[in-house]
Design a protein around this ligand. Structure first.
Ligand code: ZN
Length: 382
């Protein structure tokens, strides 16, 4: 049995979910705090004082902004340049299989006048990392999470640009800036603990991957980081973060939303547009493990922001494809990994939490003709 937050749609099956005695999730509580208790003006002053120590005369880059080309990337880049007069270098880790709209949006950022480094990993080894993530860890985007966090630090070391401006980080947004000593964000341990599902880059040798083939995924050594003085800050700690507002601003400037409407399993058309697998398969695998997907995440944000009632969000969730097998890019994925549909489905079944989905008397998952499971605890039946 699972329960849901009384204020939003988040289920108790979410990993590390904490509910208050009143049945409210920690994200709803944090959001209320964000609105009521944070002195944003004081944080801006604090931020400006830090940036003054890094800002140059314009002849060099004075910060790195990790970008995917998404709406938040646009917000980060423009905020740093326009509001804080910094000269950023954007760093993009290319996903396994970039979508057309993802590429357009990366070009859009450069058209706004930003320089960008694209890091394209050895595609052969990257593919084996995706295979490992999919078959062993239940997350096809496992290497992508590593690349996104490792690449900017590698570029910071190589180009000797000490300041990295991250966006929002759900884990740490309310925990304090990375410049504080007690925050280990830039520490390799943090990456391994929170982003890598307990599987380290060095572990891949057991899966037949040569470390020499995945240099772009190697986190710089502590001495390399110390020599440059690399430090990271979350813009979301200093600026009140609103994904919807970021999207509206980006769209008004010409940024592209998903051309075909919402990404599979999502509620909106403004998130996770860059990689073919992250927009559907990644979120679907989350659904089969935990009973919720991207649409729930997105609708919770709408509810917490006060833009939608909980009742309307539940109605909207019913209309989405959350929990449906995301067939659109699956043929590409099968070809990418050279696997059959049967092998693909067997892997999904292995990662499906049988307590959350209907099974027959022999314990086999019950599916419809499109392969969709039956979730036992939809929120609208609570
Ligand atoms: Zn909640």
């Amino acid at each position: 049995m699972i329960t849901f937050c009384k204020k939003c749609l988040m289920p108790s099956s979410r990993p590390e979910q904490v509910f208050s005695d009143e049945g409210v999730c920690d994200a709803c509580i944090s959001t209320a705090r964000k609105i009521d208790q944070i002195d944003w003006a004081a944080r801006e002053l604090e931020f400006r004082a830090i940036l003054d120590g890094y800002r140059g005369d314009g002849s060099k880059y004075d910060c790195i902004i990790p970008v995917s080309g998404g709406k938040d990337s646009v917000f980060q880049a423009l905020t740093m340049r326009e509001k804080y007069a910094m000269n950023p270098l954007c760093v993009n880790h290319l996903p396994c299989d970039l979508t057309e709209v993802g590429w357009k949006n990366l070009l859009f950022l450069r058209d706004l006048g930003f320089d960008m480094i694209h890091v394209g990993s050895n595609r052969k080894a990257y593919r084996e990392m995706v295979r490992l993530g999919f078959t062993k860890l239940g997350d096809s985007c496992w290497p992508e999470h590593i690349g996104i966090f490792t690449t900017p630090i590698r570029v910071a070391v190589q180009y000797q640009i000490p300041l990295v401006i991250w966006g929002e980080n759900s884990q740490f947004e309310y925990g304090g800036p990375a410049s504080k000593k007690d925050n280990h964000f830039l520490d390799r341990n943090w990456l391994e603990q929170f982003q890598m599902l307990g599987y380290r880059v060095s572990d891949v040798v057991h899966d037949g991957i040569n470390l020499n083939d995945i240099k772009t995924f190697a986190y710089p050594s502590d001495s390399e980081i110390l020599a440059v003085g690399v430090t990271g800050l979350f813009l979301g700690y200093y600026e009140k973060w609103d994904s919807k507002k970021n999207a509206d601003t980006a769209i008004a400037l010409g940024w592209n939303r998903n051309p075909g409407g919402p990404v599979e399993g999502a509620f909106n058309d403004i998130e996770n547009l860059d990689c073919k697998w992250i927009g559907g398969l990644h979120d679907y695998m989350k659904f089969i493990k935990y009973g919720y997907g991207r649409a729930t995440d997105q609708l919770c944000i709408e509810v917490r922001a006060g833009r939608m009632t909980r009742e309307d969000a539940i109605e909207n969730l019913k209309q989405t494809d959350e929990g449906k097998v995301p067939w659109k890019y699956i043929p590409d994925f099968l070809e990418y990994l050279s696997i059959t549909e049967e092998e693909f489905t067997a892997t999904l079944d292995r990662f499906t939490n049988r307590r959350l989905f209907l099974t027959d008397e022999r314990g086999r998952l019950i599916k419809d003709e499109k392969g969709n499971l039956t979730f036992k605890y939809p929120i609208w039946e609570q």
